[in-house]
Design a binder for this molecule. Structure first.
Ligand code: ATP
Length: 263
């Protein structure tokens, strides 16, 4: 049996579909040649509202390409991507403030304080100054940064800066969070703590989150569901995780993922 044939079909139809890939392929032209390179290959995927989905795959398997299609930054070559019932590429403006992205590096503006960085997204949405600073303060406090509002990024540790960027994502009140390895540059203890807090905040606030990672352990720690991609991006394994799964059940999923990624 091939790994692809093992695609686990989910029957959880309770929540509406928030993100849908319908037979999506993406090809890129190779410079100086007439060749087309296929980064995503006939991908079918449904992510339901409120899910925290960890996306795992080998380097170059098309995770970022997939992510950029959700964010409306790339158009599929074939098939259709729908997010919240809209086409993110052709209706890019409709998505203003509805999708927030957390990157691997914090991408804070060095000349703005923590609170000014968090308030920036709200400023671009036209929120009044008083409201945006109150919201930014609320989220900085939630992320444990009370007292650091007026610190500049250079005065904060890597973990604290990533807390600011998470506060910035939540402050916009976007329903969908796209996270591109946000904790991979942090030391394991800091990353561990932040993963727990991030997952809790996603669940408490009913967000739909897509979380790209290279780490099986991180995927197991954070996800409600893990989707493993082959190269080019196509689903090899799709598993829903029990919140209070036993160590043995997690070991079984871990072994299955290793097997799929070894193909
Ligand atoms: N704009 C582009 N033009 C040409 N090729 C591209 C472009 N963007 C991505 N690719 C190619 O598509 C493939 C998938 O890239 P992508 O960045 O989506 O993978 P990834 O899984 O996110 O990789 P990583 O794990 O290294 O972050 C790679 O081989 C990459 O070189």
């Amino acid at each position: 049996m091939t790994a692809a044939a093992d695609h686990f079909v989910r029957d959880d139809a309770a929540a509406p579909v928030e993100i849908r890939f319908d037979h999506v392929s993406k090809t890129f032209g190779r410079h100086g040649t007439g060749d087309l390179f296929r980064a995503v290959d006939d991908l079918n995927l449904e992510i339901r509202s409120g899910e925290l989905v960890a996306i795992l795959g080998k380097t170059g398997c098309g995770k970022s390409t997939m992510f950029n299609m959700i964010a409306g930054l790339l158009e599929p070559s074939e098939g259709r991507v729908m997010v919240s019932g809209h086409d993110p590429f052709s209706q890019f403006d409709w998505f203003r403030g509805k999708i927030a992205i957390v990157f691997q590096n914090d991408r804070l503006l060095p000349w703005r304080t923590a609170i000014q960085n968090v308030a920036l997204g709200l400023e671009m949405l036209g929120i009044s100054k008083a409201e945006r600073f109150a919201t930014a303060q609320h989220w900085l406090t939630k992320l444990g940064l009370g007292g650091h509002e007026n610190d500049y990024p250079h005065a904060l540790s890597g973990g604290m800066r990533q807390r600011v960027s998470i506060a910035r994502a939540f402050a916009t009140n976007a329903n969908i969070l796209l996270c591109d390895e946000p904790f991979s540059a942090l030391d394991e203890m800091t990353a561990n703590r932040l993963r727990e807090e991030f997952a809790r905040l996603v669940r408490e606030n009913g967000k739909t989150a897509v979380f790209i990672t290279h780490s099986i352990n991180e995927a197991l720690q954070i996800g409600d569901r893990i989707v493993v991609l082959l190269r080019p991006a196509k689903i090899a394994y799709d598993v829903k995780l029990e919140r209070d799964a036993s160590a043995a059940a997690n070991d079984e999923v871990r072994a299955r993922i290793r097997q799929v990624l070894a193909v």
